[in-house]
Design a binder for this molecule. Structure first.
Ligand SMILES: Cc1cc2nc3c(=O)[nH]c(=O)nc-3n(C[C@H](O)[C@H](O)[C@H](O)COP(=O)(O)OP(=O)(O)OC[C@H]3O[C@@H](n4cnc5c(N)ncnc54)[C@H](O)[C@@H]3O)c2cc1C
Length: 86
């Protein structure tokens, strides 16, 4: 059936996450419209390859780390901190 987009309902609806016209979860630096809730992979960027899902997972982990610690990440999946961009 190929990728059909994020499922309607579930956590997206329960948390009232903002979505785009394709039902992908809207994010800014992996953060959704609800504070403390993050999204990555197909749920965020739409249909793609598994290498992108892995990359997105790592980048999202950095965003979560910086959200929780309130300082630049010690994780080294990227050279540029999201925290410093803000
Ligand atoms: C038939 C097929 C073949 C593919 N073959 C390849 C390939 O050969 N090589 C390759 O690189 N990639 C391939 N892909 C793409 C690859 O599977 C995806 O890029 C990858 O699985 C994305 O990972 P993800 O974690 O972002 O999302 P997923 O693996 O799709 O995980 C998302 C999870 O979120 C759940 N979910 C969805 N909506 C909601 C909701 N509203 N509330 C709660 N939970 C929800 C889903 O049930 C699912 O468990 C293929 C995809 C398909 C469909």
């Amino acid at each position: 059936m190929r990728f059909l987009g994020p499922e309607l309902g579930g956590v997206v609806e329960e948390l009232s996450l903002e979505t785009d016209a394709r039902n992908n979860v809207l994010t800014k630096d992996y953060a959704t419209s609800v504070e403390g809730v993050f999204s990555a992979g197909n749920m965020r960027r739409g249909q793609s390859l598994v290498v992108w899902a892995i990359h997105e997972g790592r980048e999202c982990a950095i965003a979560v780390d910086e959200f929780l610690s309130k300082k630049p990440t010690m994780l080294n999946a990227r050279s540029e901190s999201l925290y410093e961009k803000r």
